[in-house]
Design a binder for this molecule. Sequence first.
Ligand code: NI
Length: 169
Amino acid sequence: MGDPRLLEVAAPVTDFGTSALLQLLEDMRDTMAHEDGAGLAAPQIGVSLQVVIFGSADNPRYPDAPVVPHTVLINPELTPLDDEEQEGWEGCLSVPGMRGVVPRWNHLHYAGFDADGVRFERTVEGFHARVVQHEVDHLRGVLYPQRIRDMRRFGFTDVMFPNWQRRTR
Ligand code: NI
């Protein structure tokens, strides 16, 4: 947080299946796995393209989170299905050591492309919807602290969740 590249609007991908795109995805997977992230957006490793990855099966940073399938999502389009919001704790690899409560749409339709340029779409809710909204925000230059409404519910993970922290790195 503080790097101006995280505040830029990312450009759409125009060439799919290229070695450059596959290398970017590999670098993103390595970074996400190393940091135990539930997701990562290309701007977080300094690449201003509309590429995000996410997936949360058995993640020690989110021990109680439902499983979200490992997904590559490129040039995403998000559509909320109603006005219902849900508040939940979020963290971000670009804001290390912190957590905050962020409102997100609870019911979400999203569409986009995989690494080969094949379009797909899903209708999701809850944690899955939250993860997608968090990652796609990175493509629009938005970090989760900008969406926190009550700054009293923003702070250091090991202070707010001392027991939870012992289960993580
Ligand atoms: Ni993030």
